[in-house]
Design a binder for this molecule. Structure first.
Ligand code: S3P
Length: 427
């Protein structure tokens, strides 16, 4: 556990850790590219190491030098049999099912207690429609599963839940499925996989309209690549929140991914009254640049389901910020949060109520009245990295010390979170 004392400022310069989502994709797509790919600034977070280890278990050679990681391409050896432990990583479990479904391999996929209680039917059901053979070993809908790779055929599939992991799994399967695969997203989600597939010259076509996105992938050979992973906006968001709540001389965030499908939290802070500047440095394959933010007064905001996918991992953080905003903040359409590494609605509300916040959990979100003075408390993130960081932000603006239990879980996405926290907030 860690003791967090109130802080008075968050200022200076942050280069956030490499993006977790893009790092997973670079490894998985690198494994099936035409030749060797080079990844600069790969995330060292536990979840990404899980993907790297899974690929090595499958026989992939991955060379880690100080400056980059090289992964050999060309897919997987026929007849490979092994168990892949996806530990706490939903992205690894779901995306690897799509990647391996058309390969001639026999794989058991397992995970830790948290992952074993997260829904898998959302990805297995459409993969089965494509002809995949995946069987549940214990409970219907949950890991562990056996996957027997075989030939697939393309389908047209409308995503019932907005999930970039499911979309990506189907795109990966579609790379080797006979005929084209079309995925319809009524509520668009992060598009890192599509951007990478474009960069790797896949036969992919994306149509966007007011009613969502339609993505078509045809069987494709992928060219190898060299790519630098940009900083993770979701990790930077904790410090944006702190800079908004306890302003100092201003916070600059550099080398951060500015993909519009990830910026919902930034837009919400703007809607609450914060002035935030963005400068774009590069745009391919991912927009990268700088964010400048300093405090100001915050007003309540209403967030509806259409905005949630663009800030899915930051919604609990927005609820923390809303405890300090004037008025009633309502967040709706975020029921997916109950199926993350922990129940992020129930567990966040449990902690913030202990701190004296006026917050109510609804089935699909939060109702928060602000501003309220938070008091120090002992907080349990239930092993969830994002809740540990949310509670650290809340504890920083409380009137006395707090204790965060099992804070080491931040290493799932942000191993140096507390180093950056100390550097940016200590007087
Ligand atoms: C992710 C997608 C989101 C997000 C997760 C990472 C990804 O999950 O919550 O942290 O890398 O595609 P869902 O696809 O389940 O919404």
């Amino acid at each position: 556990m860690i003791k967090i004392s109130p802080v008075t400022k968050c200022e200076g310069m942050l280069i956030p850790p490499p993006d977790k989502s893009i790092s997973h994709r670079a490894l998985l797509l690198g494994a099936v590219a035409f030749g060797k790919s080079e990844i600069i600034n790969l995330s060292s977070a536990d979840d990404v190491q899980t993907t790297q280890k899974a690929l090595m278990t499958l026989g992939k050679k991955i060379y880690d030098t100080k400056s980059s990681v090289t992964i050999e391409g060309k897919g997987f050896s026929e007849g490979k049999e092994c168990t892949i432990d996806c530990r706490n990583s939903g992205t690894t479990a779901r995306m690897i099912m799509g990647l391996l479904a058309p390969e001639k391999v026999f794989i058991r996929i397992i995970g830790d207690d948290s992952l074993t209680n997260r829904p898998m039917e959302r990805v297995i059901s459409p993969l089965k429609r494509m002809g995949a053979s995946i069987t549940y070993l214990d409970r219907f809908g949950y890991l562990p599963v056996n996957l027997k790779g075989q030939d697939l055929h393309g389908v047209r599939y409308k995503l019932p839940v907005p999930s970039a992991q499911v979309k990506s799994a189907l795109l990966l399967a579609g790379l080797k499925a006979k005929g084209g695969t079309t995925i319809i997203e009524p509520r668009p989600t992060r598009d890192h996989t599509e951007r990478m597939l474009n960069m790797m010259e896949a036969d992919i076509l994306i149509k966007r309209s007011d009613s969502g996105s339609e993505i078509r992938i045809n069987p494709s050979e992928l060219s190898n690549f060299k790519m630098k992973i940009p900083g993770d906006f979701s990790s930077a968001a904790y410090f944006m929140a702190l800079a908004a709540l306890c302003p100092g001389k201003g916070l600059t965030i550099s080398d951060v991914n500015l993909n519009p499908t990830r910026l919902g939290f930034l837009e919400a802070l703007r809607a609450m009254g914060m002035s935030i500047r963005m400068d774009l440095d590069d745009v391919t394959p991912e927009p990268v640049g700088k964010i400048f933010i300093n405090g100001g007064s915050l007003n309540a905001v209403v967030i509806d389901a259409d905005k949630v996918p663009y800030m899915i991992d930051e919604v609990p953080l927005l609820a923390v910020v809303a405890t300090q905003a004037k008025g009633k903040t309502i967040i709706r359409g975020a029921e997916e949060l109950r199926m993350k590494e922990a129940d992020r609605i129930g567990s966040l509300v449990e902690g913030l109520i202990k701190m004296g916040a006026s917050i109510e959990a609804t089935e699909d979100g939060f109702i928060i009245e602000g501003p309220t003075l938070l008091k120090g408390a002992t907080l349990n993130p239930h092993g969830d990295h994002r809740l540990a960081m949310c509670f650290t932000v809340a504890a920083s603006i409380a009137n006395s010390d707090s204790i965060i239990k099992n804070e080491e879980c931040v290493s799932i996405s942000y191993p140096v979170f507390y180093q950056d926290f100390n550097r940016l907030t200590l007087l």
